[in-house]
Design a protein around this ligand. Structure first.
Ligand code: ZN
Length: 304
């Protein structure tokens, strides 16, 4: 075993534990492999080591008769956040649903349900991004004043309804809108769970893993958190801590130092711990009715 591999397999989790991250969860299903796949791809993107996997003529031809994407990504339409690019994925890897503000609409739900029913994805992630224009519009526009069209007003009002007063206030001090963007991601995932029996059932019976992320336009890093799995009744120990996930990275020693430093959340600077998952609500006892107990306007857990 090479020194580097040893470091990756053993030292990294130990360091993660020492820094306060939870113990490494067991890789219970393919959803975790998909999650690691995205983390590793984002790490390559972040460090400029893109592999551009699955983009050969052979891959293209192999996919001509069918697809089996490992992950559904709900993302913003913003030109700077293309999921295949920021996660270094290729043809047939990601089933993407993109609307401004990564909102969940009836058509978005239908697209997701189609994929869940027919394509066998193992992971679903809603990923927002810093400085999202749609979230910014929801923060800065005045209620009752049109944003230019009925359609734009519908979008902006929908996002505004996802934001808490505290995150609106937070936006005044953080022009990247991190907290409002994260609130909007949480709310959209809640809405998906509330409105889609197919998605809830896939989580309960097919092992579909849910996650949320926020992408930093400046650093290229995606920070994940785990409300979705808990919301859907997932086991509490299944947290998406950055630390315990085994990376394929070649120079993990550098990684440990650089990743936390790259996060623009100042108070999180010291440790690669999860984004305060303990602040999220406990999973509901009834797996089938998570949304009923978590209405879209319930954001008390973000009041920090
Ligand atoms: Zn956006």
């Amino acid at each position: 075993m090479s020194k580097r591999l040893f470091t990756v397999l053993f030292l990294f989790p130990i360091l993660a534990l020492a820094s306060g991250a939870p113990e490494a969860p067991a890789r219970k299903n393919a959803g975790w492999e998909s999650y690691s796949n995205l983390q590793n791809g984002n790490m390559r993107f972040y460090e400029g080591r893109l592999k551009h996997p699955n983009q050969t003529p052979e891959r293209r031809e192999a996919l001509a008769t069918g697809q089996k994407p490992h992950t559904i990504v709900v993302a913003c339409s913003d030109s700077r956040v293309g999921p295949e690019t920021i996660f270094d994925q290729g043809l047939g890897d990601l089933f993407t649903v993109r609307l401004a503000g990564n909102v969940i609409t009836t058509e978005a739900i239908a697209s997701i349900e189609y994929a869940v029913e027919h394509l066998g994805p193992k992971l679903l992630i809603v990923v927002g991004h810093e400085s999202c224009g749609a979230v910014g519009a929801a923060i800065n526009s005045k209620p009752g004043v049109s944003n230019g069209s009925e359609s734009l007003d519908t979008l902006v009002n929908k996002i505004r309804g996802n934001l808490t007063p505290s995150s609106m206030a937070n936006a005044a001090n953080d022009k990247t809108f991190r907290q409002p963007v994260k609130d909007n991601v949480d709310a959209n995932l809640r809405e998906l769970l509330k409105r889609s029996d197919i998605v809830r059932e896939a989580v309960a019976k097919k092992g579909l893993v849910l996650a949320q992320g926020i992408y930093s336009l400046k650093t290229g890093r995606v920070e994940f958190w785990d409300l979705g799995t808990k919301l859907a009744g997932g086991e509490e120990e299944e947290t998406f801590a950055d630390g315990p996930v085994i990376l394929e990275h070649q120079v993990v020693e550098e990684n440990i130092a650089r990743v936390p430093a790259a996060k623009p959340v100042k108070k999180k600077k010291a440790a690669p711990a999860p984004a305060a998952p303990e602040e999220f609500p406990e999973p509901p006892a009834e797996t089938q009715a998570p949304a009923a107990e978590a209405p879209a306007d319930d954001h008390d857990h973000h009041g920090h």
